[in-house]
Design a protein around this ligand. Structure first.
Ligand SMILES: Cc1ncc(COP(=O)(O)O)c(C=O)c1O
Length: 451
């Protein structure tokens, strides 16, 4: 990268123990982290740097979001320009040009049948917005009794009450009471015996979509608003949809008048070799959520894409009526819009989605070369996403994954994500073939060392 923005490196104050204590960190083992901090102070292209200046190869695009690579000058400049010219503008009963420019660019990228975008500030908000659009859609059409949602085991849809209700990760749900009522779940699709070491979409598992018919028979289709799934479950450790599975979900939902929502917060913006996962899999949902890669993780932003029929259904009553009583102070924030417009230019100018598609076979071969390394029980991949699943230590699930993550960071200068004993990877789409090999070699060295 020769266009890394140099806006004057910050010389951060040392992070003392007292300062560490004051931050109640999200999704973190706070006590463990504070006894062994893993700090990132600066980033450029494919790398992070620790406060001491140690270089860390970014195998995860931050948190599945920095698809264009870190601190890209056109994006940084666009944010700076927006901050100095329109710091904030309301989008309730008002608007600013960049919001409309961005929405029209996004629907052009999506193509038919999607021609409306609703903005928010995160993946969690995108999920809650999509669930509310689904409920509202049925209600304005006189089917207000359709209030149930069907999610999937091991699904991750962020942390709002809607998202944890349709989500399927016990740890994220168990503290929070009964959540939304009327939610049911499809079975998850991973099976060690049937799908281990699949390359791309597993051949086994399409029949699991038929469970939806069973759930519909139990509740009656007339009570169900929507089914929500990630096309590829990301946070649960890259669970790739079996061949034919998404097609079946689409056919069943369509047959019963149930909306299909894809949560594309991770799969959106090139991660699977097309702008959006639904394009890659050739299955168009009714609504889909995005965030993260929309502006390469630079400014919080999310967006829900809707088919035109859905938007049109809301456009009734007097023209002065607010058709959908929902939105956020920072919906379409000028800095987020400016960042997204510049990011879309980088994606298009550098052909990064196509690049992800071209690199997929190299990525796949590199990851699968870890088959046979000790403790590796599964390797799976699609696009530029991949996961290595490790045999858990007896009586200590997650400990091996955590040790590998720490050793990768401290001893190999590599950032990978761990969820239990699964190591997940999703490098920025600017990654080179050599850097892919480097990610895998560093991981191999750690795996060979960790008991
Ligand atoms: C599929 C999916 N949905 C929703 C979210 C939540 O996004 P956020 O953390 O921006 O709220 C995530 C985050 O990883 C995600 O992967």
């Amino acid at each position: 990268m020769n266009d890394i923005a140099r806006t004057g490196a910050l010389a951060p104050e040392p992070v003392t123990q007292e300062k560490l204590e004051s931050f109640w960190m999200p999704f973190t083992s706070n006590r463990q982290f504070k006894s062994q901090p893993r700090l990132l102070a600066r980033a450029e292209g494919m790398y992070y740097y620790t406060p001491e200046g140690r270089q860390i190869l970014d195998g995860t695009a931050g948190l599945w979001c920095v698809n264009a690579g870190h601190c890209r000058k056109p994006i940084v400049d666009a944010i700076a320009q927006a901050a100095g010219s329109l710091d904030f503008s309301p989008t309730f009963q008002m608007g600013h040009p960049m919001a409309f420019e961005l929405s029209s660019r996004l629907v052009a990228l999506a193509g038919q049948p999607f021609n409306h975008v609703f903005f928010c500030n995160s993946g969690s908000e995108a999920v809650d917005s999509a669930l509310k659009i689904a409920l509202g859609y049925h209600r304005v059409r006189g089917e207000g009794q359709r209030t149930r949602f069907i999610g999937r085991e091991r699904g991750y849809h962020g942390v709002g009450f809607g998202g944890i209700s349709v989500g399927g990760m016990a740890a994220n749900r168990k503290m929070f009471g009964t959540m939304l009522p009327g939610v049911d779940h499809l079975p998850q699709t991973w099976n060690l015996k049937e799908t281990a070491f699949s390359r791309g979409q597993p051949a086994w598992g399409a029949h699991l979509a038929d469970e939806l018919e069973r759930i519909i028979a139990l509740h009656d289709a007339s009570t169900i608003a929507a089914v929500i799934v990630e096309p590829v479950a990301g946070s649960a450790g890259v669970l790739v949809p079996p061949k034919g599975y998404l097609e079946r979900l689409r056919a069943i939902t369509e047959k019963h008048g149930i909306l299909l929502i894809f949560d594309e917060v991770i799969t959106g913006f090139g991660r699977v070799g097309k702008a959006f996962g639904w394009q890659r899999f050739g299955v168009a949902p009714d609504l889909y959520t995005t965030a993260k890669g929309i502006n390469s993780g630079t400014v919080p932003m999310g967006a829900v894409f809707a088919r035109s029929g859905i938007y049109e259904a809301f456009m009734q009553g007097p023209a002065s009526a607010i058709e959908f009583a929902h939105g956020y102070t920072y919906s379409a924030h000028p800095l987020a819009c400016a960042a997204a417009l510049a990011t879309l230019d980088v994606y298009a100018g550098e052909g990064l989605f196509e690049r992800a598609a071209e690199l997929e076979s190299h990525w796949e071969a590199a990851l699968h070369s870890l088959k046979g390394v000790r403790n590796v029980i599964d390797v799976r991949n699609i696009g530029l996403m991949g996961a290595i699943e490790l045999e858990p230590r007896a009586g200590a699930a997650g400990a091996r994954g955590f040790d590998v993550h720490c050793q990768a960071f401290f001893e190999e200068g590599l950032l990978v994500r761990f969820t239990g004993d699964i190591l997940a990877m999703s490098p920025p789409l600017i990654v080179s073939r050599n850097q892919i090999d480097e990610i895998v070699e560093r991981l191999r060295r750690v795996l060979e060392r960790v008991e």
